[in-house]
Design a protein around this ligand. Sequence first.
Ligand SMILES: C[S@@+](CC[C@H](N)C(=O)[O-])C[C@H]1O[C@@H](n2cnc3c(N)ncnc32)[C@H](O)[C@@H]1O
Length: 230
Amino acid sequence: MSILERLKSSLQRDGAGSTLAKFRAAIVDHCFDSYYGLDTCAMAGLEDLTITSSSREHGVKYQAARVLVLRKLFQILMPLFPSNSVIVDFGCGKGRVLLVGMEFPFKEVKGVEFAKELCATANNNIARYKAKKTLQTPCAAIEADAATYRIAADENVFFYYNPFDEVLMAKTVENIITSARFQPRKIHIVYLNPKHHGVMDSRSELSLIQDSHIWGNRFRVYTNQPGVRE
Ligand SMILES: C[S@@+](CC[C@H](N)C(=O)[O-])C[C@H]1O[C@@H](n2cnc3c(N)ncnc32)[C@H](O)[C@@H]1O
């Protein structure tokens, strides 16, 4: 579809206000890359990447969350998280969530990515962004399958931007719950574009504390302790 055709269909489907917001968000993403010398915008299909894990068939292609949406999301959610929180982005791709995450007061920012090339790009992006913005937060992308990633005892905020199907969502959520059972702590799960939220909803250990959207981008937040529904 050409840009004009996409514009026309967005105007018809979402109206002028929402189309303008989307257009602005796309421009900001491109400026983010060009100003800081990053590579986060270009999508990547999993078929072209080096992935040794058998989870490949469950994965979703690389497409980054919008910078403006992520900034707004972290502004909203940061007050919910305990101080010294460690965030993990499951399926971090080229690391955009990690870059925006470093702008906020996390103790550490981590990403798990099973595609070798994306993980290398994420670590290049992190080095450039840290240098240009003189950020100190420890941050790294780890080449691993999210399904078998060993969750550390200090990791307490888990982020998903629609990285995989229901099967892998269930596996990783199980790992988070098990980790919190053996090393008791408050955890938060942030799910942007929550296609498979039934996985979390079906777990009695989790409470939904937010179900909202930012400029049409839906997100849900869960915690393992009883919370107030908003
Ligand atoms: C929709 S993209 C999200 C990228 C990133 N979180 C962001 O918002 O910018 C999904 C990413 O998940 C990765 N992925 C899919 N399955 C995975 C798995 N089992 N383990 C680790 N990464 C995975 C894909 O390679 C892709 O980069």
